[in-house]
Design a binder for this molecule. Sequence first.
Ligand code: ATP
Length: 684
Amino acid sequence: MADLATDIQYIKGVGEARAKGMAKLGIQTLRDLVSFFPRAYEDRTVIKPISLAVPDETVCIRAMAAAAPRLSHIRKGLDLVKVRVVDEGGAMDITFFNQSFVKDAIKPGEVYVFYGKVAGTARRPEMTNPVFERETTRNVTGRIMPVYRLTAGLSQNILAGAARQGLEACGEALPDYLPEAVREGYKLAQARYAYENIHFPLSFEALEIARRRLIFEELFIISAAMGVIRKIRTVKPGRGLKDADMDVFYAALPFTLTGAQKRSIEQAVSDMKRPTPMNRLVQGDVGSGKTVVAAACCWFTWKSGCQSAFMAPTEILAEQHYRSLSALLEPLGIQVGLLTGSMTPKQKKTVQGQLRLGELDVIIGTHALLSEGVEFFDLALVVTDEQHRFGVGQRSALTAKGDSPHVLVMSATPIPRTLALIIYGDLDVSVIDELPPGRQKVETYTAGEKLRQRTYNFMRKLVGEGRQVYVVCPMVEESETADADLKSAQEYAARLQQEIFPDLRVALVHGRMKPKEKERVMSAFAAGQTDILVATTVIEVGVDVPNAALMVVENADRFGLSQLHQLRGRVGRGEHQSYCILFEGAGGEVSRERLKIMCSTNDGFKISEEDLKLRGPGDFFGSRQHGLPEMHIASLAADMDVLTTAQAAASEVLKADPALSRPANKAMKERIDTLFELRANTLN
Ligand SMILES: Nc1ncnc2c1ncn2[C@@H]1O[C@H](COP(=O)(O)OP(=O)(O)OP(=O)(O)O)[C@@H](O)[C@H]1O
């Protein structure tokens, strides 16, 4: 019996060359091999008599070779083997292209099972290149077959063979992290059964039982790991801030808070009064008003005589937050400063000096806040915006500049609550699930080229009414096509200005511009000096120009739904009825269906749930920065009910054995420890 850490090249039938290919799929050890689950299954269980086989159907037939197969050489590179097969009620001609070995593999008078798509006519059915084997083998026909993710040089057969050998090599030593009591308590299958049937299911029922066990196990371990993190966290002392009457702050606001904003503020404030550092995520749909929650926390911190730092992912956003926070806080006597990478060394020095002496109460900035010269007089609150764009390492670098400061994370990406539970399982979550009053739904339409002229007319009409328009062109910054994308955005902007709207003011902003230049274009737009802003996705998050009432998105099929939702959130931020027109691009039927979701709802949570279903959690953020361990089997969109049960099971176990020191929990503990190692490696 082999150890789970055994290198797969030593597994029978794998060898060095295949091991290289498999490494590309992330399979290195025996554990990886048996945990590399099929991405789908092919149902080869249906065996039909030839007389009932209908063209276009994919089935198995059990038939005897009526004569020896004939091999003919058509031309260079094209060999044919033809064989006629018969069963009790019918006959079928089978053709194999370029598989001359079949000539000797199929013997006249012997019975085989062929699996393939029926062609020809009902009276003269045919099959081309079927999978076949001797009637008795049942290795590849007459059963449910796994379908694996592939890479160059590997085939389904190779992977299925390797999985079989892997299962055999493991014997009883399969990865099994579930404490026996939990397995029994929740009526889950044994590891052996689960692994056998996830790769080679005996029936669809068996597959379901196997899947349930493995999904449960995966979510159970992740939940337990998060529980352990929470415990570690609560041990570290911080300091509670002085209580203050929030009504004073509320009274100074230019608007009345929504119930959801107030609740989030109160949750955060109550955290900050405790000696354990706050670790809270404020999650809210686009335009739900997260900034004021951060402002309230800064105000509360200032009342205790301490400083707050607010880190944003881009200069544009830092500057925007600086403007809105200054507007909210300065009238209350709070000193607010800005620190970004594009400031001159002299400006930076001045700000750094003020921070060190405590002359600034709140500092807004980009990564520049992390640099060495930045020291605080007394930092008690760290706010990060769009956390998943920062690694946790960066967040903690800022936190380290204070004495266990409170941490508030804001995310505009509406992550389904359940996903948030996993990613941010070590954070408490406040959800702003209510928009400020008076917001109107952004009317959204998909459009093809035929509607282009009408769209231009509509743009002109809105501008005539004093509104402003965004035109968004997709640009994948790091891809090979980036240059071409940029060029086409530039040309498009020029064409709009010169040919379509010579009388209007058109500007372009894109990610490759110098920060200063970008800021100039954006501020001109914010000040109403531009009518139409052509933009690549730099405007995606957080830009707040309430007078903009129309967004036109070119090649909308190239964006993810959540990203489109973020983009769309740039309009409908004021009192004006707003619109979003999504040009379909070349994406075809599937992407049209996808875009329709955008027209049917303005609810970011619903949209991201759909997005998650379509793309899976790995792609959801475009990177692994979020620190979510890669999930082999659980699908966050589909398996949420299991998550709830698995979480309950995990917390039961942790309650009874907080250190996981009992022998029954040994495997589970080891697994969690490995997850922490992985997490540390991806995050820091
Ligand atoms: N309770 C409220 N009543 C009226 N207006 C509000 C309220 N709260 C916030 N606003 C205004 O709504 C706009 C959006 O708020 P804010 O910029 O904080 O949203 P956000 O949640 O950060 O959105 P995004 O993630 O899209 O940037 C701002 O112009 C803000 O002044």
